[in-house]
Write a protein that binds this ligand. Structure first.
Ligand code: 3PG
Length: 395
């Protein structure tokens, strides 16, 4: 991997791909985690005499200029975080971008408008990539969370400029490699979420790599049904029972111990604070649905976490947005955080809802590493090569 420290950036224009695809409501950034993640690279470049040009996508405008998908709302919070006025170009290529890039002084930071306003971005059109590259002397990719996309600004542009990994990218790769490719064992994976269907490749890859896999969330219901339990009205994928059995078989062949819930919190209606009871998994009534793991399951999971040296966590263990069905997720996250704090557990988490769940539990800070990535984290767990990372390794 070519790292930013290897680059000679003094006096150079550096095009930095960041991921500013941040949560936004009514033109206001509501979570600045991804802005903060980009700060170390920007600060390093400025202190080494570079002129910084930031490129990013926002939303999925499908190649058209959508005013409500402008990156402009990012300017104010980013300027505040950097304690400098960030400049803005109304387009990411063409005259406005070229003019703004040329006028940059050492230490200046310029943000380009949404790269996805051009169809060439997602098409990874070489001509569009060359136009982007034409703005700068060097390219740095700091957007691990967009590295699963082979787009012009994440992949194509690296064929036109000397290309390096930024600090956030480097941190993601180093931590995820340490957790999955060269872990201190035993290695435990905790996977939750609603559907097996969205995580098939991930589960197949994980069972061949980890020592233990705990499955929670509604996707556990599909596994329980595959093992012959009657899950009542619980959300499950009846068409995936054979697939779930196949995954259990692969686990058996690779010596991966699979842990499934032994009890759950069941209810007849899916709403906050609904009337509920704890049921063993072989005692779920036809009109009951399981919305969270039960206390015995949480105890077993805690034992598994205590026995592990490395933990990789993706997905909530229950309907964590609907209290009190967040209980298992919060308790297990707290337990893992304690082990990370006091017992050297390497605890790594990532992927969409996971970060929200850990923040909800108030323990994200205690984890060894929380990835900023959603889809890219999942593809990494699937064992896929991420195009935006691969291109930084090419000679
Ligand atoms: C993300 O938010 O996961 C990344 O920014 C990628 O966004 P995308 O799924 O629209 O490509």
């Amino acid at each position: 991997l070519r790292r930013i420290e290897d680059a000679e950036v003094d006096g150079k224009r550096v095009l930095v791909r960041v991921d500013f695809n941040v949560p936004m409501r009514e033109g206001q950034v509501t979570d600045d985690t991804r802005l903060k993640a980009a700060l170390p690279t920007i600060a390093w470049l400025r202190s080494h005499g570079a002129k910084v040009i930031l490129a990013a996508h926002f939303g999925r405008p499908k190649g058209a200029r959508e005013p409500d998908m402008s990156l402009r709302p990012v300017l104010a919070p980013l300027s505040e975080l950097l304690a400098t006025k960030v400049l803005f170009a109304e387009d990411c290529v063409g005259e406005s971008a070229e003019r703004a890039a040329k006028a940059l002084q050492t230490g200046d930071v310029l943000l380009l408008e949404n790269t996805r306003f051009h169809a060439g971005e997602e098409a990874n059109d070489p001509e569009f990539a060359a136009r982007l590259a034409g703005l700068a002397d060097l390219y740095v990719n700091d957007a691990f969370s967009a590295a699963h996309r082979a787009h012009a600004s994440t992949e194509g542009v690296a064929h036109h400029l000397p290309a390096y990994a930024g600090k956030a990218m480097e941190r993601e790769i180093d931590h995820l490699t340490a957790a999955l490719e060269a872990p201190t064992r035993p290695l435990l994976a905790v996977v939750g979420g609603a559907k097996v269907s969205t995580k098939l490749d991930l589960l197949k890859n994980l069972v061949s790599k980890v020592d233990r896999l705990f499955v929670g969330g509604a996707m556990a219901n599909t596994f329980l049904a595959a093992k012959g339990h009657d899950v009542g009205a619980s959300l499950h994928e009846a068409d995936l029972l054979t697939t779930a059995r196949e995954i259990l078989d692969i686990a058996g062949q690779s010596d991966c111990d699979i842990l499934l819930p032994v009890d759950g919190v069941v209810t007849k209606e899916f709403k906050a604070h609904a009337e509920r009871r704890v049921a063993q998994v072989d005692d779920i009534k036809p009109d009951e649905m399981m919305l969270d793991c039960g206390p015995d399951t949480v105890d077993r999971l805690a034992d598994a976490i205590a026995a592990a040296r490395t933990l990789v966590w993706n997905g909530p263990l229950g309907a964590f947005e609907t209290p009190p069905f967040d209980t298992a997720t919060v308790e297990a996250a707290n337990f893992a955080a304690g082990r990370a704090r006091n017992h050297n557990l390497v605890a790594v988490a990532g992927g969409g809802d996971t970060v929200a769940a850990l923040n909800h539990a108030g323990v994200a800070e205690d984890f060894t590493f929380v990835s900023t990535a959603g889809g890219a984290f999942l593809e990494w767990l699937e064992g896929k090569t991420l195009p935006g990372v691969a291109v930084l390794k090419e000679d």
